[in-house]
Ligand binder design. Structure first.
Ligand code: LUZ
Ligand code: MOS
Length: 750
């Protein structure tokens, strides 16, 4: 099935927040953010801004009728700064005016006097000074301290991992207006409708039922709208509630880039020990996560870094610690992979360092140490249906790795100014929110009298195709044409208490809830049909919009069946609730079975390096991916392709630069380089590993959103290989992103 949105997307008909036709009298908001990264507010002078023609009102924390707090996991984030500011762009005031131009102009007329305090942007410095967002967390298995002396070789190193700007095409925004009975309706570009509802209620001092949040679709999110859509929705809601007028806020790109959090940069130390036959015996790391000025989702991201810090490897003795460090940067947040990419990059670096020093192939170490059935993960979950070995095997068979290696060697011996490099990047990613209670969802299904169907779930469509998958689920259960089925917007009055669409689990959770609702309806329809045909329930089937009796077609069509059911007063509406079974996690012991299943795969990445210029092109990304039994190969392959390119962007191109004073220097698309059509690898080949797929995946089709992002890590190691082929003096180091500038420095390192 084609993605139901593709036509409207490419013809520009899909409606996003900023496209919603505005009501008469709509006002426009702009955010006044702190010009300084850390300090005490001494004075705020709004008079000149307030006097500007067309300015309706300027809001500060004093205007908040409820609680000035939007921190979700930890309550450390006021919506509007009170006495202190903690990062550049930290929202201090909201200007609401008759036009966006006036509102933005007024922000320049606000005068703020701030007594500057010490600015820290480096997580290691923050940790030394004791500025942690939460206490450090450690995952352990076995006992590393006894193990080092048993090791044949030990390697230590340092890893610098850069952040990443989400660069969703649709910036943060929301449109709020008063509706009946003193309620507020909010259209928000958010992954989490319920979170927006809850926080807006808290800000306004209202019960949640007075806030309705509606989400049609997002123009991209990548995690950037799991938590950070909330403030802009709350600001519009606040202004709209106080003024009793419609208010829209839609961030300009530069403001969005400066003010919102990003993927967390990490600075890490590792130590890894091997036996004589290259088995990893012990692994230890300390990771300093740059959390920014407030917690946001950092505690959960910390957790996922720990869960994935050994990637797809079995290491009997580990000790992995993450320090979540408080710095004067915008609070960093969810981003596709949610801390796992950083954890995996460190173990891959440790393996690369060992391979380089021992003069063996990285691939050999990777394969030798890969998880096997019933191995233990660090967090005590037993590895089941482990597919990493099969992925390696299939990759070898399909792509002939040795042949690729040989061709590269040949190329390198024949070329002086161009060098090629290759790397293998295996992945293992756990599916489920690491916070067990979040793994639940609901769906609401109406069958209308004419046989058409309307579906609401908690899933948010953000380009990933979840709506298409939901339609497939209903069409499959009822065995009807997909054009009879419509997906409604995600709305808190139809589906309540939703988890954000995140953790790659939107389709699994909401699709399973939908399956439950549809199956309940199907049962009733079969009863109706049995009554119509005076036969037994078990003799009835519905296939291709027709009722079958004992597998033979009858005269009864889908439409007739629905009409009869309605006249017979059968309920044609159903609600489904799904909660992932089995999973659990005990934080006090850091053990349990947190994931429904794991996604595996492996990628072979090759690159050609121009050794005069330091520029490079990725030739091939050859992938074997464990989709389970993919329910939509077009969508799923598209997710893999997009993730690979985004991952390559993270490790090789996208360089966030902050000045010492906390100012984002790479605050536009001329200074922050994202992958474009020219940086896409020449070939991305995707082979699906043949498996049944796990029972806990929706129709045995595994979650797809995040896992393939981590294939992009391989780009870094392919590049370092190519650099070493040109300059054997280059001392392998780990410092992402490996931009052309950095490549050039390393090509001529002495
Ligand atoms: N969001 C979240 C996530 O709240 N919890 C998670 O475990 C998670 N994992 C991946 C991406 N987003
Ligand atoms: Mo996410 S990183 O919002 O799944």
């Amino acid at each position: 099935m084609k993605n139901i949105d593709s036509k409207n997307h490419v013809t520009g008909k899909s409606v996003y927040v900023d496209d919603i036709p505005v009501q008469t009298g709509t006002l426009f908001g702009a955010v006044f953010g702190s010009p300084i990264a850390h300090g005490k507010i001494k004075d705020l002078d709004l008079s000149e801004a307030e006097a500007l023609e067309g300015v309706e009102k300027i809001f500060t924390y004093n205007d908040i009728p409820g609680r000035n707090q939007i921190g979700g996991i930890i309550e450390d984030e006021p919506l509007l700064a009170e006495n202190e500011v903690h990062f550049i762009g930290h929202p201090v005031a909201i200007i609401v005016a008759k036009s966006e131009i006036i509102a933005r102009k007024a922000t320049k007329l606000i005068k703020i006097d701030i007594e500057e305090l010490e600015i820290i942007t480096d997580p290691r410095v923050a940790q030394q000074k004791g500025h942690l967002l939460t206490p450090p967390r450690t995952f352990k298995m076995g006992n590393i301290s006894n193990e080092w002396e048993k090791c044949e070789s030990i390697f230590e190193g340092k890893v610098e991992i850069g952040g990443q700007e989400h660069l969703y095409i649709e910036t943060q925004g929301s449109y709020a207006y008063p509706i009946d009975n003193g309620s507020i309706k909010i259209h928000s570009s958010t992954q989490g409708a319920t979170l927006v509802q809850k926080m807006a209620a808290q800000i306004l001092g209202l019960p949640m039922h007075r806030i309705e949040v509606d989400v049609a679709r997002l123009g991209g999110a990548f995690g950037g709208k799991e938590d950070q859509a909330t403030p802009y929705a709350c600001m519009a809601a606040l202004a709209s509630f106080i003024l009793q007028k419609p208010v829209k806020i839609s961030l300009h790109r530069l403001d969005d880039m400066q003010m919102t959090g990003k993927r967390h940069p990490y600075s890490c130390d590792f130590k890894i020990g091997f036996s004589k036959d290259y088995k990893i015996l012990a692994y230890q790391t300390k990771m300093y996560q740059n959390g920014g000025a407030a917690n946001d989702l950092s505690p959960a991201i910390t957790e996922r870094t720990l869960f994935h810090s050994t990637n797809c490897y079995f290491i009997p003795n580990t000790e992995v610690t993450v320090y979540s460090c408080k710095t004067n940067l915008p609070p960093n947040t969810a981003y596709r992979g949610f801390g796992a990419p950083q954890g995996m990059f460190v173990i891959e670096s440790a393996i690369a360092k060992a391979a380089c020093e021992l003069n063996v192939s990285r691939r050999m170490i990777q394969e030798k140490n890969s998880l096997k059935e019933n191995d233990l993960f660090q967090y005590s979950q037993i590895a089941e249906n482990v597919n990493i070995g099969n992925c390696f095997k299939e990759a070898n068979k399909t792509y002939n790795i040795e042949q690729i290696e040989k061709e590269i060697e040949e190329f390198n011996s024949q070329n002086t100014n161009y060098k090629k490099g290759m790397s293998i990047m295996p992945i293992c990613f756990g599916i489920s929110f690491t916070k067990t209670p979040m793994n639940q969802a609901r769906a609401l299904v109406h069958i209308y009298q004419d046989g058409s169907i309307g579906i609401s779930t908690g899933a948010v469509e953000m380009g990933q195709g979840v709506n298409t998958k939901m339609i497939q689920v209903a069409a499959k259960v009822f065995s009807i044409n997909t054009n009879r089925i419509k997906i409604e917007s995600t709305n808190t009055t139809r589906v309540a208490n939703t988890s954000p669409t995140a953790a790659s689990s939107g389709a699994d959770l909401n699709g399973n809830a939908l399956l439950i609702a549809c199956n309940k309806l199907l049962e009733r329809l079969i009863e109706t049909a049995a009554k119509m045909l005076s036969c037994n329930y078990t003799e009835i089937n519905i296939e291709n919009e027709t009722v079958l009796k004992n597998s033979k077609k009858t005269e009864i069509s889908w439409e007739q069946l629905i009409e009869t059911a309605f006249l017979d007063r059968v309920c044609l509406t159903e609600n489904g609730h799904y909660a992932t079974p089995i999973i659990n996690f005990d934080k006090s012991k850091e053990t349990g079975h947190p994931f429904a299943y794991h996604v595996y795969g492996t990628a072979i990445i090759t690159v050609t390096l121009d050794c005069i210029r330091g520029t490079y092109e990725f030739d091939d990304v050859n992938i074997v991916h464990d989709f389970g039994n993919s329910m939509n190969t077009t969508i799923d392959n598209g997710q893999v392709e997009g993730a690979v390119v985004q991952g390559i962007g993270w490790t090789t191109m996208e360089e966030l630069a902050f000045a010492k004073d906390g100012r984002l220097l790479s605050n536009s698309l001329s200074t922050y380089k994202v992958p474009d059509i020219y940086s896409v690898p020449k070939n991305i080949r995707i082979t699906a590993l043949k498996t049944e797929g796990p029972e806990l995946a929706l129709l045995r089709s595994k979650a797809i959103g995040e896992p393939p992002f981590m294939y992009g890590i391989g780009a870094y190691f392919a590049l370092t290989k190519a650099i070493r082929a040109f300059n054997s003096n280059y001392k392998l180091d780990f410092d992402t992103p490996m931009t052309p500038e950095k490549v050039l420095m390393r090509l001529y390192q002495e």
